[in-house]
Ligand binder design. Structure first.
Ligand code: 13P
Length: 336
């Protein structure tokens, strides 16, 4: 690649990354794997099939006016290759509706040898070819999730190193293919640990990820970071949104570069109300990067449970999604 081609590609990546996190909008994560989506459908009383997964994702992305609050939609590979009722592919349809189509490129987690109770995210083999194909199918950005558990002496240094290393390799592969990486290191909220412990673990994880990304030559301005908010464990007493916001911004400021395109938080299994309140408090604090949402469950759960596979409930389900999007978009705008 010539130097000018590289510069043009970097400029395009930076513009796409900025578009994902600015303008008061955030990212809709609708990229559950076939297995996870099937079990969520079944929990909602919907028989799982490729058609039902497609119908549900179509309901989400075609919610009227979704693009007012959503900049991009993360899909799983199955959906990337499916089509809307009007015949357009999902990526074409999403782009036509004014949003950026994205794709989850990791292939899930597997036990990490040498680290009992911990996992490593899989999917690096063949990734350069896959991301090239996803870009050709219309994807503009790509997500990879690394998961870290908090327990007595976990996460281990080895799990942090391997997780950070994989995130950096994936992010470099994405930028080389012209896709914006959405880098997701998630410290799970499972457990009864206090907020200070989440802060210490998140700081160790983010510092390792920042070092690995720099080692791999990843352009911070051409990527989005998708971290957990720094909360107490789900089994501990809840802390106020102001506490969560202060700890979250402090940890991020101490560990990640100022020139990141932006930070888009995951919701981590917290209720829609809790995730929105914490995000609103984060947005009130000064930070060098735009902060917004890249929520899955906190945006889509009410819609799924309103729909339950009933074609007559599509409009009500779409409205349930829009209520959650507006709640988070409004906080983003209010603080912008
Ligand atoms: P949650 O917001 O439900 O945590 O999901 C975000 C996500 O993309 C998980 O990989």
């Amino acid at each position: 690649m010539t130097r000018s081609t590289r510069a043009a590609m970097d400029g395009g990546l930076r513009a796409t990354a900025r578009r994902l996190v600015t303008g008061g909008r955030g990212i809709l994560a609708a990229d559950e794997s076939v297995r996870t989506m099937s079990s969520r459908l079944e929990d909602a009383g919907v028989p799982a099939s490729a058609q039902q997964r497609c119908a549900y994702r179509e309901l989400l992305v075609t919610a009227p006016g979704l693009a007012e609050g959503v900049s991009g939609v993360i899909l799983c590979e199955e959906t990337l290759r499916q089509h809307l009722a009007d015949g357009r592919s999902f990526p074409d349809g999403i782009a036509g509706l004014g949003m950026l189509p994205g794709i989850k490129v990791d292939t899930g987690t597997a036990p990490l040898a040498g680290a009992p109770g911990e996992t490593v995210t899989t999917g690096l083999d063949g990734l350069p070819d896959r991301v090239g194909e996803y870009a050709a199918l219309g994807a503009r950005f790509a997500k990879w999730r690394a998961v870290f558990v908090v327990a007595d002496d976990l996460p281990s240094p080895w799990a942090i190193r391997t997780g950070a290393h994989a995130l950096a390799r994936y992010a470099a592969d994405c930028q080389a293919a012209g896709l914006v990486p959405v880098v997701e290191p998630e410290v799970l909220a499972d457990g009864g640990h206090p907020l200070d412990r989440t802060a210490a673990v998140t700081a160790r994880v983010l510092a390792a990820v920042a070092t690995a990304l720099a080692d791999a030559g990843v352009d911070p301005a051409g990527m989005v970071l998708k971290p957990n908010m720094v909360t107490a464990g789900a089994g501990a007493s809840v802390r106020t949104p102001a506490d969560v916001a202060r700890a979250t911004v402090e940890v991020l400021r101490a560990t990640v570069p100022d020139d990141l395109a932006g930070v888009a938080f995951l919701s981590g299994g917290w209720s829609s109300a809790t995730a929105a309140a914490n995000l609103a408090a984060i947005r009130e604090l000064p930070a060098p990067w735009p902060t917004t949402f890249s929520f899955g469950r906190a945006l889509v759960n009410p819609a799924l449970h309103t729909w339950r596979g009933d074609p007559g409930a599509v409009s009500a389900a779409q409205e349930a999604l829009l209520v959650e999007v507006r709640r988070n978009t409004a906080t983003t705008r209010a603080a912008a």
